[in-house]
Ligand binder design. Structure first.
Ligand SMILES: NC(=O)c1ccc[n+]([C@@H]2O[C@H](COP(=O)([O-])OP(=O)(O)OC[C@H]3O[C@@H](n4cnc5c(N)ncnc54)[C@H](OP(=O)(O)O)[C@@H]3O)[C@@H](O)[C@H]2O)c1
Length: 250
């Protein structure tokens, strides 16, 4: 018997975790006090002249894996979910790698007008899933990818591989006035975004657990490089989870 398909990731309307969320305290910057995740993460993000602001949102274990049993679901806690939902609720566009969509499943967004761009070189994405049937999903693909454009909107950038810089600069053609893009992994997409120096913000939850295994870390397959970030905030909850927000030092 095959395993049931994974449920779509939580949407901004899913608040089931509220009752289970433990107190969150800010340890940086001062004052050190209890904060709501919404207040901490709902800050102004100024787009670049030629492209929107781009943040990457991920959760990792203490030993650096971003997957347990092949998905991120086993790593988080209710406060981490709240971080994800808060950031989704303020993003205009979500971008995600095709591998994550294939592995975790992605439903349509709850925020009206929000679109979800799936990055793929091969175009090997199941267009029957609700994400695309709803019209919210679109593909970000190179010119060479064979995709039925009667069934899905495609943002073309690059010849044989996706040119992510061009794609992010052209997102306005898909969502007029886009200011904030949330990238939700996975590690292969993160690596490309890092190499292209498109990451303005990293919203990283560090789960208070060692997980072992052979899962990937935050980036996979990138060349060695040195991108510096400033810490914008560090929060910690009673569960020992750390919620960091880092912004690119330009
Ligand atoms: N802990 C977390 O917060 C978190 C978040 C997200 C995902 N994950 C986990 O990460 C794992 C997936 O890892 P992954 O590295 O395979 O993820 P991925 O980056 O989502 O998927 C890789 C695939 O996406 C497409 N892709 C990625 N970057 C691209 C680029 N620059 N240009 C063109 N296409 C690109 C390619 O698709 P095609 O093969 O179709 O060309 C590639 O094979 C899953 O187990 C998932 O659960 C964890």
């Amino acid at each position: 018997m095959s395993a049931p398909p994974p449920p779509p990731p939580p949407t901004p309307d899913d608040r089931d975790g509220d009752a289970r969320r433990s107190t969150v305290r800010r340890v940086h910057p001062a004052p050190h006090e209890s904060v709501s995740i919404r207040d901490a993460y709902t800050v102004e993000r100024v787009p670049h002249p030629d492209r929107p602001w781009l943040g990457v949102c991920m959760v990792t274990s203490l030993d650096g894996t971003v997957t347990v049993d092949g998905s991120s679901g086993g790593l988080g806690n209710p406060n981490d979910l709240e971080v994800l939902l808060t950031l989704r609720s303020i993003a205009d566009v979500i971008v995600v790698g095709a591998g994550t969509v294939r592995g975790e499943g992605y439903g349509p967004p709850k925020k009206p007008g929000q679109r979800i761009g799936v990055v793929t070189n091969r175009g090997a994405v199941d267009l029957d899933q609700e994400l695309f049937a709803s019209g919210a999903g679109f593909l970000i693909a190179p010119a060479s990818a064979e995709v039925d454009e009667d069934r899905v909107e495609v943002l073309r950038a690059g010849d044989d591989v996706v040119d992510l810089t061009a794609a992010i600069e052209r997102l306005d053609a898909v969502v007029r006035g886009v200011r904030y893009v949330q990238a939700e992994g996975g590690p292969t997409l993160n690596a490309s975004l890092m190499e292209a120096d498109l990451i303005d913000e990293l919203d990283l939850t560090i789960a208070s657990r060692l997980s072992g295994g052979a899962g990937p870390r935050l980036t996979r397959g990138a060349e060695e490089l040195d991108r510096r970030f400033d810490v914008a905030h560090l929060l910690v909850d009673d569960d020992g989870f750390v919620f960091g927000r880092w912004t690119r030092r330009r």
